[in-house]
Structure formats: structure tokens, C-alpha cells
Design a protein around this ligand. Structure first.
Ligand code: S3P
Length: 427
């Protein structure tokens, strides 16, 4: 297993683009596979998770090729996927498994989905229950809660679901199943979660209604192929933004980053912490907002984060724990119990590892509390085999006194394989 050894950085300078957004890439591939016509997807994510989605779609009969840097998907419509001759391996990717549950619920064939040990331990009842309540036939281990799953395709009629907890994966699964339903489709979310599925379906001509937190599908449910460029991943950019803020005398420009308001909780939090981050050159690309982020080293102060903001910043919370160690005052994160069922228990993982580095951080049931203005000390840390924990700890290692080693960092490739190479370019 690979490890990295990091030491304090002095200043970072430069301009770069981050690779394509992981969430948008999953959706682009899935929707292209069931569209009518040839889709060209530029800047498709290099993340292993997104490759996993392509592998599963190919096993379902989708015609997906690479043409230079682009993906070319020859879609033949909603009803052209076919029964895979083997189990679909969703690897480490919760998004792949949950979105595919929705896509496959209304097919005329059955599919078995599995994944790695982490994914097989993550709750799948959050998609199985609502889909089955709406006529689907999905079975899972331990009383329909865990993968491996068997999705026995069946004809669907109406789909109606009020999500108890904001989850873009669950919402997207219901909407993808809804494309195959021949009745009314309506999904209500308690708080807005990332809306890439809705935007992508709209971009591909599907009749989708969106008012407040209610999403519905109209008559036209067959997506039409489009050309699109995936914006840079703000969740990957976040690690570079943090370095730009925390490493003294730094100045960075990150170009073409997705700034969808359902994802920019990190920018709001950083602004509240007094960070010098500005968004320039705002525009819309393939129905998604995009901009360039300008970052300068900043003196930060602690904040309280909770409530409606949480779904907009969920993936960045471990990183915020690291940032908070260098802010003056206290940072409190609450209402984030969902972090415990990500690729690892991210509350426990980040608190355990940052404590080893001397941080004043305490775990709570649904978040953590950090007393700021502490100097981190380099030590031996573990990634918990979770890409976002590995990268958050790397940021910690680059601002700590002395040397930090992080074990099992190959998991970074799950979302951001270029991470270490890009940071090197800025030194
Ligand atoms: C994602 C949704 C979020 C997020 C995950 C990606 C998506 O999960 O944490 O990294 O692409 O839909 P939940 O839907 O469980 O909140």
C-alpha cells in the first residue's frame, strides 16, 4: 500500500484547471447511455468512481468510446440496455450503486450489483425502500439493507416520494426510475441537495418540473443526446483552495470550476471565515454555472456550520476541520450525521487523525468542534481508505511542523488522481 511523506509548504503560486466534476460525470454518462443520438462528453472525470460507472454501463450494453480526451456515447434510447452477463461491480462508488438502482428498477431484466468492502457496508435501504414502495423489486443482504443487491426489473407506474433526509443520490435514483415509469413522477426533498440530475435531464430535453423542493417529470421522458463539457470539480478544487488560504504568501487561480449553488457551501463557509476567495468570469456551460476562483492566503476565523447548509458542503466537511485548526476561535459543525455513512465514518476518521497531529478537536454525534489557532505537528496518519480523508490530511501535512506520513493514499484516485501532481505544479 502506498504512503506519502509531506512537509510544510512555503508558498504556492499558479493558475490551473481541476479535472471534471465527479457527480456531473456520473450523470452525464448514465443519461447519455439512454439518450437518443450521439453524445460527446468533454472533460469527463478521471476519478476511478466515474470509470466504474462507465464499466457498469458498458456491461449493460451501452456503446461508450474514447475519442482523444472526449467520451463518445452512441445512445439508442431508454429501452436499449440489456441484461449483463455478470455481476456489476460498483467498486467504492455509492453514487454508481444508488443511481444504477434507479436506472435498473424499471428494466425488463434483472441485475446484481456489488462493490468493495466499504460500499457493501453502506446503507442501501435509502434507495431500496422508496423504490420498492413505488413498485420496484430490489433485494439486498441483511433484510434489504446492504449490497450485493438484486434489482429484478419490473414495469413501473407512478413514483411519489418525500425524502426524509436530503440526498442527491436518492433523489436521482427516483428520477432515473421515473424515466421508465408510465404514470405520475414526483419527488420532494426536505432541503435542496445537488441538482445535477435535474439540470442534465433538462439539458437533454426531458420535461422536468422544478418548483421549491418538488421535482416532477412530465410527458417527455426520452433524453436527447447533447454535446457537453463537464465543469471542474469544486470538491477537488476545495483542497487546493484550502492550501492557497493556509500556505503563507500564496496566490492561486483555479479556472472553469463548477459553481452550482447546491455545491458552493464551501465558498459560503470560507467567506464567513473571512477567506479571500473571489469568483470571476461567471458563465453557464451545459446548464451548469461555471467560474474562475481566485484565492489568496488569508487570516481566518471560526464559524458555526449546520442546518440547510450541510448538504451544500457535505463532502468538504473533513477539510473544513483541517482549515478550522488554523482559524482563530471555535468552529462548530452540526447536523452532519450523514458523514458517518460515507466511504468511511468521516467524523471519527478526521477527529482521530487530527488529534494525532495535535489539533484541539472533539467528536460529537453529528459533527465536531474545533478550537482554532493550533499548530499541527507532523506524525504518522492513516487515510482510513477514504479519498477525502487522505486529501484533507495531506493539506494538514503541508501546513504542519515536521514530517507527516499518510498511509494508504492510493485511495485518492477514487476522486482526484491528479491531486499530488497538481500541488507540485504550484510549489
Ligand atoms: C453525491 C451526493 C452526496 C455526496 C456524494 C456524491 C452525488 O451523497 O456526498 O459524494 O453525486 O449525488 P448523498 O446523496 O448521500 O448526500
Amino acid at each position: 500500500m502506498a504512503d506519502v511523506c509531506l512537509s510544510k509548504l512555503n508558498r504556492l503560486r499558479g493558475e490551473l484547471t481541476v479535472p471534471g466534476d465527479k457527480s456531473i460525470s456520473h450523470r452525464a454518462a448514465i443519461i447519455a447511455a439512454i439518450s437518443e443520438g450521439i453524445s460527446v462528453i468533454k472533460n469527463y472525470s478521471t476519478a476511478i468512481d466515474c470509470q466504474t460507472t462507465l464499466n457498469c454501463l458498458r456491461r449493460l450494453g451501452a456503446d461508450i468510446r474514447r475519442s482523444g480526451q472526449d467520451l463518445v456515447v452512441n445512445g439508442r434510447g431508454l429501452r436499449t440496455l440489456c441484461e449483463p452477463d455478470d455481476v456489476l461491480d460498483c467498486g467504492n462508488s455509492g453514487t454508481t450503486m444508488r443511481l444504477l438502482c434507479g436506472l435498473l428498477a424499471g428494466q425488463s431484466f434483472g441485475t446484481v450489483l456489488t462493490g468493495d468492502a466499504s460500499l457493501r457496508g453502506r446503507p442501501m435501504d435509502r434507495v431500496i425502500k422508496p423504490l420498492n414502495m413505488n413498485g420496484a423489486n430490489i433485494y439486498g443482504r441483511l433484510n434489504n439493507r446492504f449490497a450485493p443487491l438484486y434489482v429484478k426489473g419490473i414495469s413501473l407506474t407512478d413514483i411519489a416520494y418525500h425524502l426524509p433526509v436530503a440526498s442527491a443520490q436518492v433523489k436521482s435514483a427516483m428520477l432515473l426510475a421515473g424515466l421508465y415509469a408510465n404514470g405520475k413522477v414526483e419527488v420532494v426533498e426536505p432541503v435542496a441537495s445537488r441538482d445535477h440530475t435535474e439540470r442534465m435531464l433538462e439539458w437533454c430535453g426531458v420535461d422536468i418540473g422544478r418548483s421549491e423542493n418538488v421535482i416532477s417529470l412530465g410527458q417527455k421522458r426520452q433524453p436527447v443526446a447533447r454535446q457537453l463539457r463537464v465543469p471542474g470539480d469544486i470538491s477537488s478544487a476545495a483542497f487546493l483552495i484550502a492550501l492557497g488560504l493556509l500556505v503563507p504568501d500564496s496566490r492561486l487561480v483555479l479556472k472553469d470550476v463548477g459553481i452550482n449553488p447546491t455545491r458552493t457551501g464551501i465558498l459560503k463557509v470560507l467567506k464567513d471565515m473571512s477567506a479571500n476567495v473571489t469568483v470571476e468570469n461567471k458563465r453557464t456551460v451545459a446548464n451548469e454555472p461555471v467560474g474562475d476562483l481566485h484565492v489568496r492566503s488569508s487570516a481566518l476565523k471560526g464559524v458555526e456550520i449546520g442546518g440547510m447548509l450541510i448538504p451544500r458542503v457535505i463532502d468538504e466537511l473533513p477539510l473544513i476541520a483541517v482549515i478550522a485548526t488554523r482559524a482563530t476561535g471555535r468552529t462548530v459543525v452540526k447536523d452532519a450525521g450523514e458523514l458517518r455513512v460515507k466511504e468511511s465514518d468521516r467524523i471519527s476518521a478526521i477527529v482521530t487523525e487530527l488529534k494525532k497531529m495535535g489539533a484541539a478537536i472533539e467528536e460529537t454525534a453529528d459533527g465536531f468542534i474545533v478550537e482554532g489557532s493550533t499548530l499541527l505537528r507532523g506524525t504518522n496518519c492513516d487515510s482510513h481508505n477514504d479519498h477525502r480523508i487522505a486529501m484533507a490530511l495531506s493539506v494538514a501535512g503541508w501546513i504542519a511542523e515536521g514530517k507527516t506520513t499518510i498511509d494508504n493514499v492510493e485511495c485518492v484516485d477514487i476522486s482526484f488522481p491528479e491531486f499530488y501532481k497538481l500541488v507540485k505544479q504550484l510549489i
